[in-house]
Design a protein. Structure first.
Length: 313
């Protein structure tokens, strides 16, 4: 089996956008990046295009919408013989124009299946690998978004509806057809995305609560700024794709390039000063801050019901 003395990081969705440039930035820091993606030929092509040295990365197949694929990915990673020193939960789909739910092969609504359920399983399976890391501060880093925070402007906008997990009735009832929303209510594709990202934050907080003290693993999240020109919006209306970057550049000031966002992810993964567990780092503008209000107030009520999100107690 292949062995490596370098630090190893898995990044989901590393074939484009934030994930790709985070992979590049970490490779430049001397890390070996396992690029976990669906399209392997594309991933190899883009890694070469951004100048990543061939020995600085590996590519493994992962389709987060398939729980079987997640399990196979973990087997493939373990067969490589590499340690796991960091995991970046980055991949996401956003399909705001769907009129009816698209389902994963397991029968779940596609946004929640990909963004939350697949990552939830991946994080729990790889926790054992991270416990074995020789790194003094192994880190599990989750990409957040202001649209999952009802206290932020992006989360308050009523169209699509703000994130709201309700009483988790959809999860409680099995989350399969005809149920497509976590709260069990009418399907709203934009809200499904926001709900899935809120679940990502809950997962980060609960893993911190359960495992940080005993394992020393750093569980945190970040918002790297608004990456308004990204493949995440490829299914959004064309007019939105034109106007949104202009709005973010000239009105909110929150615009950030894919390359800069990737560098910010790399900082949270690898740099000193980002060793606080259970927090959410935010570059809402050019400045960085820890959004404690978000962690304390916005998430505490649904956090009390995380058993329905898959936790045993």
């Amino acid at each position: 089996m292949e062995q490596s003395q370098s630090r190893n990081v898995i990044i989901t969705g590393a074939s484009s956008g934030v994930g790709l440039y985070a992979a590049k930035a970490l490779a430049q820091r001397g890390w070996h990046v396992i690029m976990a993606c669906r399209n392997l030929p594309k991933t190899k092509q883009v890694a070469q295009a951004v100048g990543m040295a061939p020995e600085s990365y590996s590519i493994l197949a992962l389709d987060l919408a398939s729980l079987a694929s997640v399990r196979q990915f973990v087997e493939d990673f373990r067969a490589s013989g590499r340690s796991l020193d960091a995991l970046v939960v980055n991949a996401a789909v956003y399909k705001p124009r769907l009129k009816s739910p698209e389902r994963s092969e397991d029968g779940y609504e596609i946004s929640v299946a990909t963004n939350h359920l697949g990552h939830f399983l991946l994080c729990n399976l790889l926790l054992e690998d991270m416990k074995k890391s020789s790194h003094p501060e192994p880190r599990l880093v989750t990409l957040g978004t202001v649209t999952a925070n009802p206290k932020e402007l992006g989360g308050k906008i009523p169209i699509p509806a703000p994130p709201d997990l309700g009483e988790l009735k959809g999860m409680e009832l099995g989350f399969k057809a005809p149920i497509a929303m976590i709260d069990g209510k009418k399907f709203k594709p934009g809200k499904a995305y926001k709900d899935s990202k809120l679940c990502n934050m809950l997962t980060m907080l609960e893993m911190h609560r359960r495992y940080h003290e005993d394992t020393g693993i750093i569980f945190n999240a970040l918002y790297p700024g608004c990456v308004a020109e990204s493949d995440l919006f490829r299914d959004a209306p064309k007019l939105f794709q034109i106007i949104f970057p202009i709005f973010q550049k000239n009105i909110t000031g929150g615009y950030v390039t894919e390359e800069e966002s990737g560098e910010r992810v790399a900082k949270v993964v690898a740099d000193e000063g980002f060793d606080k567990s259970g927090v959410y780092w935010s570059w809402a503008t050019a400045k960085i801050k820890i959004v404690r209000r978000f962690v304390r107030k916005c998430l505490m009520r649904p956090l009390m019901r995380t058993r329905l999100l898959g936790y045993g107690n």
